[in-house]
Design a protein around this ligand. Structure first.
Ligand SMILES: Nc1ncnc2c1ncn2[C@@H]1O[C@H](COP(=O)(O)OP(=O)(O)OP(=O)(O)O)[C@@H](O)[C@H]1O
Length: 285
């Protein structure tokens, strides 16, 4: 009998929900010669929405993939609700991933399936309910993300970028996950649609008290949805003993951070990078 089938022992007191939902403990990852993360320590608490920011290539997406066991750390541990993700495989890993919803940069929809079938995909795959219930859930989720009726028969190629993101969000929410992972959810959208997606993320997080991790380059997204912001820095730019996390705190504190690298990043000031590029070319700015 698997753990999942073991009947609950009524004499065992119910464990209170663990406040520290995701614990990243001294995690490092290297791809061949390239070290991307080094001794990262980070705890995500249940119910909070954490925005992860940082320069392109500093390892934000790698971090999300480590959390759901798509990548394995070279060293260190990742605990989800007390279970060591790095040791899970097979059925247990599938069960773990069911507790997560993902909205990827590209929305990652199946091109050959209709909007309806895309949103229904996970529910059918994991046989969580019958078709009648699936129909009700799909309609509810599409309504939640503000997509008009009739759109469910279309294919992804017939949708705008913003509509595709919303279908991706509806699909991610279909299984009512505990944790939502968003990887650059507003990239490529116009400012209005960006705000629509930000608002949907905010509503999702607040109404169902989900835990959320949002990888983003958009400071408006950060200001709107984050309870907490974590800023990573590329390993190539820091010393051997320096922490890769430059900032961990509330969004309001970013602008006044004591670290000039944080202030420059959030203001989008390229000063240091321009000087480096000029130096590499052998000239001044
Ligand atoms: N599976 C992989 N194999 C080899 N290298 C990888 C793999 N996945 C990521 N990398 C490398 O790890 C580094 C960090 O990648 P990652 O996608 O996490 O960056 P990021 O911070 O999300 O960047 P961006 O903001 O541009 O999306 C990159 O240099 C990338 O080439």
């Amino acid at each position: 009998m698997s753990d999942a089938e073991t009947p609950a022992d009524p004499t065992t007191p119910v464990q209170p929900a663990r406040a520290d939902l995701i614990q990243i403990q001294r995690v490092s990852i290297r791809f061949r010669q390239q070290q991307v993360l080094r001794n990262v320590e980070l705890t995500i608490r249940r119910g909070e929405t954490v925005c992860v920011i940082g320069e392109s290539g500093c390892g934000k997406t790698v971090l999300l993939k480590l959390i759901i066991g798509l990548l394995h750390p070279t060293s260190g541990k990742i605990l989800f609700d007390g279970a060591d993700v790095t040791r899970l495989g097979g059925k247990k890993l599938v069960q773990l991933r069911l507790r997560f919803g993902f909205l990827f940069q590209s929305a990652a929809l199946f091109d050959s399936l209709t909007v309806y079938d895309n949103v229904a995909f996970g529910l059918r795959e994991h046989q969580v309910c019958d078709e009648e219930k699936i129909r009700a859930i799909v309609s509810e989720r599409l309504l939640e993300v503000g997509l008009p009726a009739g759109l469910e028969r279309k294919k992804p190629a017939e949708l705008s970028g913003g509509q595709r993101k919303r279908v991706g969000l509806a699909r991610a929410l279909a299984l009512d996950p505990e944790v939502m992972l968003y990887d650059e959810p507003t990239t490529g959208l116009d400012p209005i649609m960006t705000d629509v997606i930000n608002e949907l993320i905010l509503q999702t997080q607040k109404s169902s008290k989900k835990t959320g991790i949002v990888v983003t380059h958009e400071m408006k997204t950060v200001q709107k949805v984050a309870d907490r912001v974590v800023m990573f820095y590329p390993l190539t730019r820091i010393g051997r003993d320096d922490s890769q996390i430059l900032y961990d705190g509330p969004p309001e504190g970013l602008e006044s951070s004591s670290d000039p690298r944080v202030r420059q990043f959030v203001r989008g000031e390229a000063g240091e990078r321009l000087r480096e590029m000029a130096q590499n070319r052998g000239g001044g700015v």
